[in-house]
Design a binder for this molecule. Sequence first.
Ligand SMILES: C[S@@+](CC[C@H](N)C(=O)[O-])C[C@H]1O[C@@H](n2cnc3c(N)ncnc32)[C@H](O)[C@@H]1O
Length: 244
Amino acid sequence: MSRISTKSWFDRWSNEYDRTLGSIGFHRALLDLVVKNSGVRSGDSVLDIGCGTGLLSLKFLEAQDCVITAIDNSENMMAIFKDKIRRLGIGGNVTVRTMDAARLTFGEKSFDRAVSSVVLHHLKEKVRPLRGIYKVLKPGGMLIIGEVDMDSTGSHRDSGRLERMLKPLTEEWVAALDDAGLEAFTKMYENGIKHILNRGEYCLSLEQWAGVCRKAGFSRVTVKRVPHYKYFGIVAAEKTTGKA
Ligand SMILES: C[S@@+](CC[C@H](N)C(=O)[O-])C[C@H]1O[C@@H](n2cnc3c(N)ncnc32)[C@H](O)[C@@H]1O
């Protein structure tokens, strides 16, 4: 498998994304869990970090009349989302921008909610980007991260690490085949190998994510798992009112 950048990986995946990962039941369940635990209210400003083809943003708009700013660094993924926005006539509620999740350029205290699903594990360094997210949240604002619960730290030569990673990956591959067919299985298999080799993928357990959130300044950090698929879940964290 050749080494390509994360941006090129998603640029190439974009046309198949919605019928592969986007069609697997546990991914849909993860998006629902993010929305459900966000406490989003009508009129809230929501930052969707790594929006891709817009699946999470669209779930937020189904749930609440909020105002979404969606960022990503893959032009091709965003092109698909922009096309959906045009077709659905929801341009008044969503703005899509090219931006690196690790270098947000928004002003301080801009958003009520920052949300992200299966994106932040692409960042090798975690605490500094999360401090960046903390800054752009309003006091009382919340971060909700949807992620795979998979600790990929350690040496590639450690068989214990591989054994640990194969549990979530195997369940993911079976679900891909069951829910979305051979194309999805093949894509998720390739994706899994990238995870094992840490090629643009640096996954943590949900508890490790909770620790990163605390280090970045967040409080009231909680972890919840997707029903019927224990390897996907969310970490919700609050920017306590009054903190800078
Ligand atoms: C697995 S997809 C998830 C998309 C969407 N959140 C969802 O759940 O369907 C990961 C997305 O993160 C984006 N991404 C990865 N690294 C990024 C970065 N450093 N900055 C911005 N976007 C990034 C990719 O381009 C891709 O669209």
